[in-house]
Design a protein around this ligand. Sequence first.
Ligand code: FAD
Ligand code: SF4
Ligand code: SF4
Length: 479
Amino acid sequence: MAKQPMLKFVQIERDMPEKRAAEVRKEDFDEIYAEYAATKAAEQSSRCSQCGVPYCQSHCPLHNNIPDWLQLTATGRLEEAYQVSQATNTFPEICGRICPQDRLCEGNCVIEQSGHGTVTIGTVEKYITDTAWDKGWVKPASPAVERSESVGIIGAGPGGLAAADMLRQAGVQVTVYDRSDRAGGLLMYGIPGFKLEKDVVQRRNDLLADGGVKFELNCAIGEDISFDDLRAKHDAVIIATGVYKSRDLAGPGSGAKGIEKAIDFLTVSNKKSFGDDVAAFTSGQMNAEGKRVVVIGGGDTAMDCVRTSIRQGATSVKCLYRRDRANMPGSQRETQNAEEEGVNFEWLSAPKGFTDYNGKVSGVMVQKMRLGQPDASGRQAPEVIEGADYVEEADLVIEALGFEPEDLPTLWNQPELPVTRWGTIKAAFTTGATDLDGVYAVGDIVRGASLVVWAIKDGRDCAEAIIRKLNAEAVVAAE
Ligand code: FAD
Ligand code: SF4
Ligand code: SF4
């Protein structure tokens, strides 16, 4: 009888790739996890119990066929594993690195629930596609037939690029417009290199260009080209602009110098990693070196800011969050990484303003909180502890309090563009179609600040819907 290659979760323990020591990794912006060796990837994949109803798959936004590519990896059939993996995910190696797996696929693995430690799904996904790149299995689009229709995509983040890829594979002419100087959106300029190295993003951009996707960079729609002109130029337009308006704290002293927005701080740091000459870094404005840094917020953006500050050589890094650790929105894995690297978390600490010296920030005024009764959603609301206020001294304060959409109907002079009361674009969830004919929207600009994997899903769904529509129109035109 053939040897059973799977269900090894009882004999083999969960084993993540080695993490570089905190003292070493905090000296650079490289990724912190090593790659699996082939034998380790096969071994870890073999722990999967091949569930008949795989909860990992149903909790992956892309419904990746996880049990199949785990089995193929366990049996050494890596090229097939790659084909299965890339059939549902445009950027598997990126999701494998930065999806919050503990809340998605891995968080729902039944092995975890039986006390054996989840299958390391994300790491195997990364391994499969990194191997595919090394072996030359990842190829640019080469559509069987070139179509005459064109689609203009505003925004080169994961949502826009996932749509670009599928449309191009179907032979559609695609141009991606982005106001930034590099494609990738937050993959390039938001998320730091220690989570996602930039050559991993750039090789995807290059692959799309090799497959015929045209990029118009340094091109802001609404400024360099009007939205109306763009619509006139293309058969369909996809809005994939993300959300970039930072929320800030409007307390006393909020205008002091030295209070920066998280996205500006991270963008400057990422540009610096490319060797760009960045004035805001050189001047010291957005450089944490030698400073006491306080980051306000408890989400993934805050985690990226504290860990970037450590790498820039801050003398101390503190993170203020108004709830406790168990109730923070950021990933527990990233919080642990930050703690290992020397970040101090001040839980149940809510900022209410800033102190300054001659207009330069000198500290954050903090109210101590406790968790009160659960609200209707079951979440405990923080309450102020009277008389426990203090000042947290700081030379640089970074606000990571979340993002809101820009006012696109006004900026683009499109009063008809439908938006929700939060300013996100109203679009059908399964297709991205808006009420404006031929105008679609995907990713964060529809969902609000979300995740890369959801932007990819939206982009793929939208591309499929456009292809269906173009096909239907072509049939009518031929009749
Ligand atoms: P974006 O990635 O924001 O891309 C939008 C693009 O549109 C940008 O390139 C922008 O320049 C361009 N654009 C905007 N307006 C215009 C215009 N008028 N004209 C031309 N171009 C325009 N998600 C995860 O899953 N895992 C993580 O670890 C993670 N970490 C994060 C860390 C940070 C610091 C931040 C801010 C977010 C993080 N996210 C993470 C969230 C994730 O990055 C986003 O959900 C995702 O990038 C959204 O994709 P998108 O394509 O909708 O938009
Ligand atoms: Fe898990 Fe994300 Fe990969 Fe889906 S895309 S399998 S959620 S890591
Ligand atoms: Fe395998 Fe876990 Fe998915 Fe079940 S839930 S198929 S054990 S990875």
